[in-house]
Design a binder for this molecule. Sequence first.
Ligand SMILES: [Zn+2]
Length: 101
Amino acid sequence: MDTSRFPNWTRQEDEQLRLMAANGRSKQDVAQELGRTINAVAARAVATRVRFRSRRHPNDQKPVFRRRCLRCRNLFDVESRFRFVCDLCHALDEWRSADLG
Ligand SMILES: [Zn+2]
């Protein structure tokens, strides 16, 4: 594959760049699809004012669970699926057990 030379972007390529960006695809996806480098895609995106969504990798997003605290019955958000009491009650529990111990 010859990647040292890049022909001018065609209208179709520009359109594809625009569509893929709009669909939340990454620069890497577009680069692969069009057989160009990511840098070339990035430069073209700037030149044609195409915006890529800054997208976090799905694995980076921790799921957040909304639970009702088993002690105070307040709703709270927690990232761990193994927590069943809110931060306040959790802290109280730790304080109590430390006090008893
Ligand atoms: Zn609580």
